[in-house]
Design a protein around this ligand. Structure first.
Ligand code: AMP
Length: 923
């Protein structure tokens, strides 16, 4: 067999060392088939002491470590011999000897391999039949380490015919398996040993994953193949070889076996192609499998139709005629709004929704929602596929759909926020719906007490804020807001739950005896306010924003644009001049923002020729105002900075500044109306102090009044306290301060705080209750400072409810920590408004007592008819009047009991007041 390599041992009966002739004889015979064979025979069974050696020549091992010897022989059965000789043997021995060179060696140095016995011996009879009983025995030698070896057969007196000696070793023959060549390999010396052989990939093949390996066993068999070779890309296996792919064919992957024909729209112009290239205008993307045809972008979608439902459009189409040979056709929508008057197209903003999405649509329809109502739109519908991006020169194919939306009600108001909350009122504010779908005409606010939804109230507002009054204290209310346009009402917002403040006991720290007497009983803060924490040194409510000083911005322009919206000047018309500001005229006119209701605004302008510093100072006010959002703070609509003149746009307050307004309407309002105004101002101030903003110039001239008598705090600015206010006077420490309105510590050492704003608020109260009287009249600033220093305070204005005067006096506490806080002021005013009888009791100021004549006093209590009688009776001064008794009254001629009672009550009040003049002292 191919795995057995035969040596050709040459046998010789010449002993190498001993010069005696061996008895082995070379005898020619014939085998069973009468073919001539050579044999070596010995048969000296009759003689004693036989030791006959037959040697082989030196056999080179050729690297084999284990050698096999196959002996074919016959051996005579001793019993068959006549006489049964005692010396007859039936075995012989086999020996070997290893050497590196062909040099004869003494037989005594040979190593015995085995004693060889016959399986079958032959008898005379057999010989007669000419049947040779041939024995075959195989023995092996090893491990061998020398270059060669000798074999020898020793006969000790047997009758042997050695017919053949085959000497061979085994090997794993050269093998080509799975395109890998494995060389001739000689096994290891041990029977169980495997020799690992790494194969070599034949031409144009390469290992697949790992080099091929085989294992050569001791028996010369290749076992356990691992790995294999495959043809390189561009070649295919054919009858055990790698053949190159023909033109028009390719083979890209090692895993595939045969060259394949190029897929449609691709070509292989050379043999041995590993891929095919696309024909012109056809493309392939990396993720396309090699056997996929080259493809093209699709043509335009077909049969596109639109279906309008109010402000939604449903678009539907069919797949393109030409998909380009791909399955990944997707659709993109480009939405544009058609601008009126042929001004072109404008891309739809991010507010328009596409369902399921705008680009990469796999279905042939889309819902476009939240469009504007009554608007023309143009939709470009484009089909793309995986190769659209690659097809640079390809002109995209669109279909265009023109659509006009219908009328639609506004979308719901999404969030309703709670503003300042009293015991009977809750301030609400909300943002315009995302999609007004027209001009919002008004809002409807529906509310009811929680769990009492069987009866609800609906109120309307044109603004996006409203104070809901007349609520129960400590009660939870549900609010919902909806907007109305000419298309009708939108849906109500979801329900928002807000709670009014509780009634509470006085636990505050106000020391004033006045306050105590006045009955400051509702000074406990809201439960919410109990969660107060300190922030920037100001007591802050959680969730209330903090005022940010525009100075913290390096670039003042950045501050402006952070807090103020830029308004295009084309939306503003200037109609009238309404006042003069420090920087230029103040005008008014309508503001028409697109999609919004037209509103009247005040426009402050910056006069031409300003310096950069002036521009900055002017806009400073907007940076501050823009941070506030409160019904009692003047609202900033925006700024115009991109064109000239630079403008600040605020809400328009029809009745102008409060001081002028009051002077114009002297004595025209009820006390409740006046207290309502004061309550609004206090509420705005509470908001400012919560924001951490100190106004520094709170005065009636800086409060604006709208047509509903709502008072709003205005005039915010950097330098205005110093420069802008005509009332501001230079103090000894430099800097201008409106002395009459300013707390002593702010005048003395510029300690401006919310507590100094409270002082100013007290002065505003006085201004309001005296219908715009100038505080301290014509006294000089120096005298005012001195008088206040000496504990003089303004007297109660005429007909001022005592409770209000007490509040003023509290605001003017020297020790600023003893002054009430703005939230306490709001709380008290609310209480007074709820309880109008508490305002009945009026102050009869000693100022009026001293300066008023008896006649004026009697007029004020509608008893003017008795003036002459009083004077005639000798009661010419009020001081004398305070001494009068009922008896005195009757004596001067007041006979009607009702009139007597009225006059006596007034006299008693006058007396009480005069007794109080030592603390604090009235001027
Ligand atoms: P100011 O520079 O803010 O003090 O404004 C000067 C004058 O313009 C004020 O005293 C008001 O009479 C008038 N004015 C300012 N803002 C408004 C407004 N928002 N609404 C009505 N009048 C205003």
């Amino acid at each position: 067999p191919s795995n057995q390599i035969l040596f050709y041992p040459y046998l010789s009966n010449k002993p190498y060392i001993r010069k005696i002739l061996s008895s082995w004889e070379e005898i020619g015979e014939v085998d069973e088939d009468y073919a001539p064979i050579h044999t070596y025979q010995v048969c000296r069974v009759m003689e004693q002491n036989q030791n006959n050696w037959l040697h082989t020549n030196w056999i080179l091992t050729e690297g084999a470590q284990r050698v096999y010897i196959e002996l074919k022989f016959t051996l005579r059965d001793c019993n068959s011999l006549p006489g049964g000789v005692g010396t007859c043997k039936e075995t012989f021995n086999m020996y070997y000897y290893e050497t590196d060179e062909d040099r004869a060696m003494k037989e005594s140095r040979y190593i015995k391999v085995d004693t060889i016995a016959a399986d079958e011996s032959f008898t005379e009879l057999d010989l007669g039949d000419r049947v040779m009983k041939l024995n075959t025995e195989v023995r092996d030698l090893g491990p061998l380490s020398r270059k060669g070896f000798y074999l020898a057969f020793q006969d000790l007196g047997a009758c042997i015919a050695l017919v053949s000696v085959r000497v061979f070793y085994k090997r794993c023959p050269f093998l080509v398996k799975s395109l890998a060549e494995f060389p001739d390999t000689i096994p290891g010396s041990e029977a169980s040993q495997l020799v690992e052989v790494v194969g070599h990939c034949i031409n144009n093949s390469m290992p697949l994953y790992e080099p091929p390996r085989m294992h050569c066993s001791a028996d010369g068999e290749w076992l356990v193949p691992i790995g294999k070779c495959v043809c390189k890309p561009g070649f295919e296996e054919m009858s055990g070889y790698c053949q190159v792919c023909k033109v028009g064919f390719y083979r890209s992957q090692l895993e595939s076996s045969a060259c394949s024909k190029c897929p449609p729209h691709s070509v292989a112009r050379q043999t041995g192609a590993t891929s095919c290239s696309c024909e012109d205008e056809y493309h392939k993307i990396d993720s396309d499998p090699p056997n996929m045809a080259c493809t093209r972008p699709p043509s335009a979608p077909r049969n596109a139709i639109s279906n309008v439902n109010e402000t939604s459009v449903f678009l539907e189409w069919s797949i393109p005629m030409e998909t380009g040979g791909r399955k990944d056709v997707r659709y993109n929508i480009l939405c544009s709004r058609v601008l009126p008057d042929g001004r072109g197209l404008e891309e739809c903003g991010p507010n328009v929704r596409f369902l399921p999405r705008r680009v990469g649509l796999s279905n042939t329809s889309v819902m476009v929602a939240d469009l504007q109502s009554h608007t023309n739109y143009s939709f470009l519908l484009e089909a793309v596929n995986g190769v659209s991006e690659m097809a640079k020169d390809y002109t995209k194919q669109y279909v265009t759909l023109n659509v006009t939306t219908n009328q639609a009600a506004p979308s719901p108001v999404s969030v309703v926020r709670k503003g300042y909350t009293g015991k009977s009122s809750i301030g609400l504010s909300w943002a315009e719906p995302d999609r007004p779908n027209g001009i919002i005409l008004e809002y409807e606010i529906k509310y009811f007490e929680k769990e009492q939804d069987s009866s609800y109230t609906i109120i309307k507002s044109k603004e996006t804020e409203m104070v809901v009054e007349g609520l129960k204290a400590s009660s939870v209310y549900i609010f919902q807001v909806r907007a109305r346009t000419s298309a009708g009402y939108g849906a109500f917002s979801r329900r928002f739950e807000f709670q009014t403040s509780p009634y509470c006991e006085y636990t505050g720290t106000i020391q004033s005896t006045m306050a105590a007497r006045c009955g400051f009983v509702c000074l406990r803060p809201d439960p919410e306010e109990e969660k107060m924490h300190f922030h920037n040194g100001h007591i802050k409510f959680p969730g209330v924003r903090t005022y940010i000083d525009p100075l913290t911005y390096e670039d003042p322009n950045q501050a402006v644009h952070e807090f103020a919206q830029e308004i295009d000047v084309s939306f503003i018309s200037i109609e009238r001049i309404i006042g003069a500001g420090e920087f230029g005229e103040v005008c008014c006119g309508p503001l028409r923002l697109p999609g919004k209701r037209e509103i009247q605004v005040a426009i402050k302008t910056l006069k031409a020729g300003y310096t950069e510093q002036q521009r900055r100072d002017f806009l400073w006010e907007a940076s501050i105002m823009g941070q506030f959002n409160h019904p009692n703070i003047i609202r900033l609509e925006g700024v115009v900075t991109k064109s000239k003149p630079v403008m600040i746009i605020t809400e328009y307050m029809e009745n102008g500044s409060l001081d002028t307004f009051l002077k114009k309407n002297d004595g025209q309002f009820t006390v409740i109306q006046l207290v309502g105004m004061l309550r609004g101002i206090a509420s705005g101030m509470r908001y400012l102090s919560d924001m951490g903003y100190v106004h520094r110039d709170l005065a009636a001239r800086n409060i604006l009044v709208n047509s509903n008598l709502v008072c709003k705090v205005s005039d915010f600015g950097l330098s205005r306290v110093l420069e802008d206010d005509a009332e501001a006077a230079y103090t000894t420490r430099g800097g201008k301060i409106p002395i009459r309105w300013t707390a002593p510590e702010a005048i003395a050492y510029r300690k401006f705080t919310s507590a100094s704003d409270v002082w100013s608020y007290g002065i505003v109260m006085w201004e309001v209750m005296s219908y715009g009287e100038r505080p301290y009249w014509e006294m000089s600033n120096q005298d005012v400072i001195k008088a206040v220093e000496e504990n003089y305070r303004l007297p109660g204005p005429m007909d001022c409810p005592e409770a209000l005067y007490h509040l003023m006096m509290d605001c003017w506490q020297r020790e600023r920590t003893n002054r009430p806080k703005f939230d306490e002021i709001v709380c008290l005013l609310d209480k007074l408004i709820r309880n109008p009888s508490s305002l009945k009791k009026l102050v009869n100021s000693s100022h009026s007592a001293r300066t008023k004549s008896v006649g004026e006093w009697l007029d004020s209590i509608k008893m003017g008819r008795y003036t002459e009688l009083f004077v005639e009776g000798g009661y010419s001064s009020l001081e004398m009047v305070t001494q009068m008794t009922s008896e005195d009254l009757r004596r001067v001629g007041v006979n009607l009991a009702g009139h007597q009672k009225k006059i006596i009550t007034s006299i008693q009040e006058m007396r009480v007041h005069m007794n109080n003049t030592n603390s604090p002292i009235n001027i």
